[in-house]
Design a protein around this ligand. Sequence first.
Ligand code: ADP
Ligand code: MG
Ligand code: ZN
Length: 614
Amino acid sequence: MNKNVKRSLISYLVLFALIFGVLALVSNGSQNVDKSYTEQNFAEDVKKGTVASVYVQQNAEVPTGTVEVTKKDYSKVIFYVTDVNDFQKQCEKLDLSEKKIRFQMSDVVRPSVLERMLPYIIGVIGFVILIMLMVGMQGAGGGGGSMANFGKSRAKMTSEADNKITFEDVAGLREEKEDLEEVVDFLKSPSKYVELGARIPKGILLVGPPGTGKTLLAKAVAGEAHVPFFTISGSDFVEMFVGVGASRVRDLFAEAKRNAPCIIFIDEIDAVARRRGTGLGGGHDEREQTLNQMLVEMDGFNVNEGIIVLAATNRVDILDPAILRPGRFDRKVSVGRPDVGGREEILKVHTKKKPLSDDIDLHEIARTTSGFSGADLENLMNESAISAAKDNRKFIVKEDVDKAFIKVGIGTERKSRIIPEEDRRITAYHEAGHAILFHVLKDVGPVRTVSIIPTGESAAGYTMPLPENDNMHCTRGKLLQDIKVSLGGRIAEEMIMDDITTGASQDIKQATAAARAMVVKYGMSAELGLINYETDNEEETFVGRDIGHRKMLGEQTASTIDREVKRIVDECYVDARKILEEHIAALHLCAERLLEKERIDQEEFEALFDEAMA
Ligand code: ADP
Ligand code: MG
Ligand code: ZN
């Protein structure tokens, strides 16, 4: 037996001894719990009349406890119950008081602070000893693992030499890469920016569904700029020992400062940066401390110190607003699911090193994988390669891809993402309807993007106008046009399909809300005049509105309001339908183009509109 083996044996022995020690302490070992005695036995004994008294001791927090039964012959049994409340009910049924059996139940035993801390203290001491042993082992030349870094930043550093990922490896995502281009340039030559007094963002948030290439993009930024890359995942911070997360953040930033210029990448930032004050117990939980430390660190380094913090999340809505403030993550880059063109490019990247047979058409695969993320596509090609290898072939054939498609597409989550052709067609017409109205009506739009790529939640697609300019006042004309645009989706469905879908519910809600606001809030209905009929919080309690509202307004007024709202919506409907009928050629062309490309930008949309209407 050599020296190292002996050493590690000793350390294991110490570890076991410690664990047993802790267990013995925690389990309050002095009582002898009888495992063979059960509630059943107890019930029998009660019926037999051998029981004198029962004493139940409840444990803290959890509903478990120990029951001490004293028999008439003064012998004692102690047994364990998993639910003291259940047990109490059981006892009530057994009519203990009638049988003159004394029943007593302790209040919940809360161990003193010291007692509660004891296992932790012992645990920490144990850990320290263990680590010391391991460090000793390393010193003695043994491979002891990297346990010595416990408590230090667990960030993985990738030096510039190891990171070979560049923007070329990130397919599609053209706009996203453009957005990050200036960050790369800054990291390459910070002085250029410093001299001009330019402020480069400290933090950039990459937002998008899982598997769309956020991590990849962050690595590529580091790779392009030839700077070190520190990654840490938000979930790594969530540690059991209070304060470890915060100290880890501190170490991470200190380490980064030593290596500036560099990139810190915080994956799954939502794990730490969830809205504060929602944690259980409300107080200073671990997550909160970690988040606070992160904010302190981000505020602490200078803008042009050469550290850029990238963070990824798929949920911006749950993030603490504090992290989105200027000087923190004030820049957002949305990373969306790829469109057909993007998917083809991603497929190209992931088939670069895979020999394909001639019957494989990447464009065709891209077309049939609507809703797939980059990671899904990578997985698809990987499965195809595995299938080919199983058959001892040297290249991938179409059949492999088809097999892989079934395998990859089988998961319930992805199944819902594979959209039947008919649904795509309906969505295409629906979105085209919105888009054409945006374009034709003069106070709304212009259309920036029309898309039928599912966004993940409920919307099947979206049509986005350019951000509005900050008009102080919204005109009656614009409000009416907004309503028409909202109705456009449903109208287009009606015009083309035999049936209508439920896909327009959000639109209808929006149109109704706008029409209602015109009547009750803006005094835009001649019949009701310039009177505010709003109930307390009209917008928020949209659903519950009618109840409170009718009571307050009286039958007559309420029904007039409803009639007016309906009149406005109906008039908008007629108008919108007329516009769409006049532009039906554009509607068809836009829908066709959407089916083919899934996403159309402003330029393409305007061109196709002119083409159709020429
Ligand atoms: P996220 O961080 O957004 O969840 P990742 O960056 O981890 O996604 O992507 C997982 C994998 O999917 C990547 O390693 C890569 O193989 C593939 N992938 C995703 N998006 C792309 C893309 N745009 N181009 C090439 N590969 C991609
Ligand atoms: Mg990721
Ligand atoms: Zn719609």
